[in-house]
Write a protein that binds this ligand. Sequence first.
Ligand code: APR
Ligand code: ZN
Length: 258
Amino acid sequence: MPIAAADKDAVLAEKRARFAAMLARADRVAAFTGAGLSTEAGIPDFRSPGGRWSRIKPIAFEAFLADEEARRESWRRRFDMDDEIRSARPTRGHMAIASWVQAGKCPAVITQNIDNLHQDSGIPADAVVEVHGNTTYATCLDCARRYEIEALRAPFLANGQAPRCDDCGGFIKTATISFGQPMPETAMRRATELARTCDLFVVVGSSLVVYPAADLPRLAHRQGARVVIVNREETPGDRYADLLLRGEIGDLLEEFVL
Ligand code: APR
Ligand code: ZN
């Protein structure tokens, strides 16, 4: 084996051992996940080459409110994602994180993901803090009534009209947070509290470029938590990390099932 590759393996082995020691020593882990955690489940991320934003432009919340065609396009995209979302299963990374919750080490997982895979991995819904919402159901923007995606599909495919609320006529939108849409206050408060009170903050699969969520590693670092970033690429948050595990999330985390 060429020397460089042997060195690389040795460095990675040493980093894995350090992460294992950090996990063992930690009492209050805060996991913070992004789209990179779900790519192994067949759900593309946003900013990798070929990621969602390299193929389509995000629909801003303002456009969704103002323009019927934007609402239709938003719903077309959602129903086009159906197979991807319905066939996705929790990955090796999800299962490792779920084991930290089950072991009582991680009181809750903060996620930017909208795919419900943390809940599907067995983490109780009240221990999943969704800062960008959830795409597996929809709500009326005026009266907050909940709608199941299943019930909205047939009428939309039949008439192409963006769904309106049966009770109040308001616009129905997937329960996700679009650019320009106010962040879910309760979720953000909980996420900030978790970052402020953890002793180990583990970022998994995020480019850490979308604020305010991307500020959480800095908050954790500032209060003295150890910060670990598990990601294929560099991120602006790397400067707050005590340890960087660079590579494929599934390969890196599958051994860290507690
Ligand atoms: N293993 C390791 N890293 C991976 C893998 C993988 N299998 N797949 C992707 N990644 C990394 C990418 O290199 C990238 O740095 O995961 C990161 C994903 O970054 P983004 O696509 O920007 O996703 P995310 O950080 O979750 O985006 C935040 O942006 O558009 C909004 O609301 C959307 O919640 C999303 C937010
Ligand atoms: Zn309504």
